[in-house]
Design a protein around this ligand. Structure first.
Ligand code: ZN
Length: 252
């Protein structure tokens, strides 16, 4: 039988925090990647509490020809601040949040916010490099601890949570109401539940949780996810938990 060599799709991944102030910088990073690798490069963005490197990234690296992984944690990170309060024993979140987000930061050896932010950034790079080496993938890992330069969320900002797929175009789905929101990006609903809990605690009271789907996703999957959110966010009173589903077609 003749071996068919199929060229793998070239791809790139960006990992960012869920903070809306980072959205513009992520858009710029995407534009830069398209300039460098060509407009056809398949870019996936993953956003969660603290810009953590998650298993989806390694799955992408396995199935595509991944050229670069851009890590974009940031300074003045509320998610890291949240982890710090947990470490100090001031708040007591669910075991899932502790396990994936707080426990790894305990090794920092310092409880100052800025050293935790730096530690988290270095830790994510280490996790990325180790995982890619394990897969024998030669991927450039590019880390920057983004300084938002005092950019603050406007007082009257609409505060909501967006859950969007990794290839979503923000402008199409969010319009102007993204300021002050948290943006969670992932192709797997289960992966962002703990982050959703952190976001909900940081934003309470909040406006709707908006689930953006690409139309291809089965409707029942979204409804199941909606049910899971209601179960997991028990701290939010039922009458305050409004969930809206938006469908978009173009996902580039
Ligand atoms: Zn953050």
């Amino acid at each position: 039988m003749e071996a068919v060599q199929r060229k793998k799709l070239e791809s790139a991944a960006i990992v960012g925090c869920m903070d809306s102030r980072l959205t513009e910088r992520i858009q710029k990073a995407k534009a830069r990647l398209r300039e460098e690798y060509g407009p056809g490069i398949d870019i996936h963005v993953y956003r969660n509490a603290g810009a953590r490197v998650i298993s989806e990234i390694f799955e992408q690296a396995e199935h595509t020809d991944m050229k670069v992984l851009v890590l974009m944690p940031h300074k003045d990170c509320k998610a890291v601040g949240y982890a710090r309060e947990v470490i100090l024993g001031e708040i007591h979140p669910s075991p899932a949040i502790k396990k994936i987000f707080v426990e790894p930061l305990k090794a920092a050896g310092s409880n100052s916010r800025s050293s935790l932010e730096q530690f988290n950034a270095d830790l994510q790079r280490e996790v990325a490099i180790a995982g890619l080496e394990n897969l024998k993938r030669d991927v450039e890992v590019d880390l920057s601890l983004v300084d938002l330069n005092g950019k603050s969320v406007p007082k009257n900002a609409r505060r909501s949570i967006y859950i969007v797929p990794s290839q979503c175009d923000y402008r199409e789905v969010m319009g102007d109401d993204k300021k002050g929101a948290f943006v969670l990006q992932s192709d797997k609903f289960d992966d962002i539940i703990p982050d959703l809990q952190v976001a909900a605690e940081l934003l309470s009271p909040m406006l709707p949780i908006v689930i953006v789907t690409d139309g291809k996703a089965a409707g029942h999957k979204t409804r199941e996810f909606e049910k899971t959110i209601r179960q997991k966010l028990k701290t939010v009173p039922e009458n305050e938990l409004e969930i809206e589903v938006r469908s978009v077609n173009s996902m580039k």
